[in-house]
Design a protein around this ligand. Sequence first.
Ligand code: NJP
Length: 254
Amino acid sequence: MTTRTAVVTGASSGIGAATARALAAAGYRVVITARRADRLKALADEITAAGHEAVPYPLDVTDRAAVDAFAASLDDHGPVEVLVNNAGGALGLDPVATADPAHWRTMYEVNVLGVLHMTQALLPRLRAAEGTVIVVTSTAGHGTYEGGAGYAAAKYGAHALTETLRLELCGEPVRVVEIAPGMVKTEEFALTRFAGDQDRAEAVYGGVPDPLTAEDVAETITWTVTRPPHVNIDLLIVRPRAQASNYKIHREQR
Ligand code: NJP
């Protein structure tokens, strides 16, 4: 049996790391990328110790030259069956009136242009492998909220890219899947959003009985990838039961 390769971006933490573990367990050789090399190495060692194959590759998805060099390096691995565009995140929760344009630029670069760079660079290999492109967007890409305009604008952009790509590739053997998670309690997402402010980050999940875990989203991604090749799961909105919309969140009194 030939080894199938899956590339996961943003694999140094949270959903990306969990997805790398899940795809490796499903039989993929995972090529794991993010900017922090030490974390990638630790994850690759862990996956290898579990008897699977993982290749760490430090990469900033906003750096097009680096992305192209990464794609060229994949010559050693042959076709790519799966690309999980997961690298992304939010910066700040400020209203439009006072939000920092630099935050907006960074969010657009990673959440939209990062997906564009990776998808363009790997599309020839995905075509050759009858592959699957996954884009991890957000429920913020399907409805905004006060303070969320910069993140929502970026994730709406990622949603538009994904939907357009599916239209453009119709008739070709490449699936295009969007996963839009709601509240997922990961180690770093809220901490990054609030520039390391632990109290603000914790408050995001305050009283919510069971936010989603990174593993929940990873399982969902793995499920879409492992459907028969003619089955394209266009869009999955995945929320915890306690969150009925971006606005309606059940919080228990402490
Ligand atoms: O976030 P976090 P999650 N180039 O912060 C990497 C979306 N989402 O797992 O580069 C390459 O743990 C960064 O690694 P590093 C969210 O928008 C989440 O929760 O080493 N990689 C890290 O591995 C995002 O798209 C929630 O710093 C870059 C990873 O990205 C995805 O789910 C809700 C990079 C971020 O990991 C994963 O989120 C929702 C760059 N330039 C959507 N910049 C949620 N958690 O509630 C960052 O709706 N990374």
